[in-house]
Design a protein around this ligand. Structure first.
Ligand code: PBG
Length: 323
């Protein structure tokens, strides 16, 4: 029945009424805060392109994790900057490497915080690609066993979950069986299933010192024009045993999140990446946008599209804004 019988504005008149009919609610429950850990002691190295974020040495990281938990943030995902990089990213699967050491320290100090280990070689290779090279190409099948070793090193250190972000084919199944064979059948895999080759990762590559030294990641990360392919990636990862599937980036890929939500019943995560964060901070610094409202609106839109879990550098802002 059209106007004047129906007046949609009736339900928008007061804050109380708007609150009562709101369809999407923001909370901290599905929030995962990404944190960067680097060698050294008492180190807080700010990341230029991500104001408010820093690389932390393990001692400082532990303090940050305590703070996050105190704010009600349930989970973090750790990215490591190794002391040394080499062609095969060996610090990634060294049990004394930066990430396993960080996991042990955090789990000891803040046992209830759910710690995800990002599984990828790009922070650890001297060429910055996500796997080992054969010529100028990333060799899929030579990389997968190294990712399994990385996941095992993190699980042994006490990681609550592992999140492969490399986009090698078959790595989810290999990691699942590797974990199971080592007695880690209870450790969930959150697969970066539909991860696009995106310019939105720019600031992260400064943060993680992981920019490829030649070429780009288009031969393994997805083409931004594709959504049907994203469904196939997600389907494969679920078939290989992924517990949670991720779409990344988030804001420019809300349609992909929505399509995944409609098609799959597994929990869906969305990664609101470094470039999304940097754009908001930069515009806010210029006085061009209302930062707090923008943060709430963007996170609401990601949840409205269908994401259950959201990885966001705004985790603490959200905690503050939710009071
Ligand atoms: C590592 C990885 C990347 C991000 C998360 N894991 C970078 C990349 O693929 O280049 C990006 C996160 C962000 O931009 O916030 N493979």
């Amino acid at each position: 029945m059209p106007f004047p019988t129906h007046r949609p504005r009736r339900l928008r008149r007061t804050a109380t009424l708007r609150r009562m009919v709101r369809e999407t609610h923001l909370g901290l429950d599905g929030i995962i805060e990404p944190l960067f850990v680097c060698p050294g002691e008492r180190v807080q190295k700010p990341i230029d392109a991500m104001p408010g974020c820093a690389q932390w040495s393990i001692d400082r990281l532990v303090e940050e994790c305590r703070k996050s938990q105190g704010l009600g943030i349930p989970s973090v995902i750790l990215f490591g900057i190794p002391a040394r990089k080499d062609a095969t990213g060996s610090e990634a699967y060294d049990e004394q490497g930066i990430v396993p050491r960080a996991i042990r320290a955090v789990k000891q100090a803040v046992p209830d915080l759910f710690v995800w280990a990002d599984i990828c070689l790009c922070e650890f290779t001297d060429h910055g690609h996500c796997g080992v090279l054969r010529g100028e190409e990333v060799d899929n099948d030579a990389t997968v066993p190294l990712l399994v070793r990385e996941a095992l090193a993190c699980a042994r250190a006490g990681a609550d979950g592992v999140a492969p972000s490399d986009m090698m084919d078959g790595r989810v199944g290999a990691i699942r069986s590797g974990l199971d064979a080592a007695g880690f059948e209870q450790v969930p895999v959150m697969a970066y299933a539909a991860k696009y080759a995106s310019a939105f990762y720019g600031p992260f590559r400064e943060a993680a010192e992981s920019a490829p030294s030649f070429g780009d990641r288009r031969a393994y990360q997805m083409d931004p024009g594709n959504v049907r392919e994203a469904m196939r990636e997600i389907e494969m990862d679920l078939a290989e045993g992924a517990d949670i599937v991720m779409v990344k980036p988030a804001l420019a890929y809300l349609d992909v999140i929505r399509a995944a939500r409609q098609r799959f019943d597994a929990p869906i995560a969305a990664y609101s990446v470094s470039g999304e964060y940097a754009m908001v901070r930069a515009a806010a610094r210029n006085g061009w946008v209302d930062e707090d409202r923008l943060i709430l609106e963007i996170l609401t839109s990601i949840r409205r599209a269908g994401a259950d879990l959201v990885l966001t550098y705004f985790a603490r802002d959200l905690a503050r804004l939710l009071g």
